[in-house]
Write a protein that binds this ligand. Structure first.
Ligand code: AMP
Length: 361
């Protein structure tokens, strides 16, 4: 089976690493000359709107999937004429736009921060009057890793904020004084079979995910599965979906969904029976899903900017290094480590050991 992937970054690379043992081959469509997934499959170097190359991809593969959600809707619609595309164009349309996704959560009875659509500075002023400060102004599309957003704490922060984000469609959200951030990685097959991984506790630095720790018997697991299940069913979703929540007052408020494999699920490569990458491929290929059970305690630390010295990192017990083969650059995700342990105390010591290597690098 040959899988076409829109995007050729580390997520595409890890999809190929998971699918190759299953006999799958891969073609990645990505305009970047140095797309890091190219080492694992064919690289069709073209823009996402290039219909000739999209047609070439469609002709070569059995199905198409995505490693990022900011794909133009026309690209998905075009491909869908020739080849099965998972997740669907409708799911991508919602997940790539913060207004559509929050509106869907509200419709499905999933709690969210207060939010308002902002198309101008006047809209922003009105939204701030209604929602209050502090609040977070975010672009509706194309934001990632804390980019395309601004926290508004006082009245002077509001002045000119719409222009600062580029005068594009935005959403204003009430600031959530959360006690924690968690994500649930779910997978749904073509036949509607569903599996959920354990809730993951996430820590960010400057808007970029730094540490994910898989939880054991989290008290909000069932609630999170209920919320995510509503979205999976409504969208008739096929593939892996990541859902990020704020933990507050013993409950959850929805932040956002990603219609793809997700950084907070990287621990599953060594930390779960079947990784998010393999399960995504199983789902889109119409194969039975794999177990999402955790293997002991597990955590993931991102390598941002550079990968620490390999020999020292892999000398740490049960530290599994993933180097994405990307050029090192400040603020860029260039690799990660999965840690695995029989108990939480040892896991915490492993996390500290990797953190100190990262600090020294
Ligand atoms: P996002 O790109 O929406 O996931 O936002 C990146 C990070 O900014 C989140 O992981 C939170 O740490 C923070 N953040 C985003 N939205 C809010 C909010 N409404 N209230 C408080 N913090 C937020």
């Amino acid at each position: 089976m040959k899988i076409g992937v829109i995007g050729g970054g580390q997520l595409g690379r890890m999809l190929a690493l998971a699918g190759t043992p299953l006999g799958m081959n891969f073609a990645f469509l990505d305009p970047a000359p140095d797309a890091c997934a190219a080492a694992l499959g064919e690289h069709i170097r073209a823009d996402y709107g290039d219909q000739d190359h999209l047609r070439q991809l469609a002709d070569e593969v059995d199905l198409v999937t995505f490693e990022f959600e900011s794909v133009p809707a026309e690209t998905v619609a075009f491909l869908s004429q020739f080849v099965p595309v998972y997740p669907s164009a409708a799911a991508l349309r919602i997940a790539r736009d913060r207004w559509f996704e929050k509106s869907l959560f509200q419709e499905l009875g999933i709690p969210t921060p207060a939010f308002a659509d902002v198309q101008s500075q006047a809209d922003l002023d009105a939204a701030v009057a209604a929602i209050g400060l502090p609040a977070v102004l975010k672009t509706r599309t194309l934001g990632y890793d804390g980019k395309g957003q601004k926290v508004l704490r006082k009245a002077t922060d509001v002045v000119g904020a719409f222009a600062e984000l580029g005068s594009v469609s935005c959403i204003l959200e009430g600031f959530v004084p959360f006690t924690g951030e968690v994500s649930l990685i779910a997978v749904r097959g073509r036949d509607g079979e569903r599996r959920f991984y354990p809730l993951v506790h996430n820590t960010h630095d400057n808007g970029i995910l730094r540490l994910s720790v898989a939880s054991t018997a989290h008290p909000l697991q069932a609630l999170a599965e209920d919320y995510v299940g509503r979205v999976l069913e409504r969208l008739d979703y096929v593939g892996v979906l990541a859902f990020e929540f704020f933990e507050i007052d013993g409950g959850l408020k929805a932040n956002e969904i990603a219609p793809r494999v997700h950084n907070s699920g990287h621990w599953t490569i060594e930390g779960a029976e079947c990784s998010q990458f393999e399960n995504h491929l199983r789902a889109v290929a119409g194969l039975p899903l794999g177990s999402t059970a955790k293997l002991g305690e597990s955590a993931m630390l991102n390598f941002i900017g550079e990968v620490p010295p390999l020999a020292q990192a892999i000398a740490i017990q049960d530290c599994h290094v993933h180097h994405y083969g990307k050029a090192f650059k400040a603020g860029r995700k260039v690799g990660h480590a999965t840690l695995r342990s029989a108990n939480r105390a040892t896991l915490d010591r492993q996390i500290t050991a990797v953190e100190s290597l990262i600090e020294k690098a």
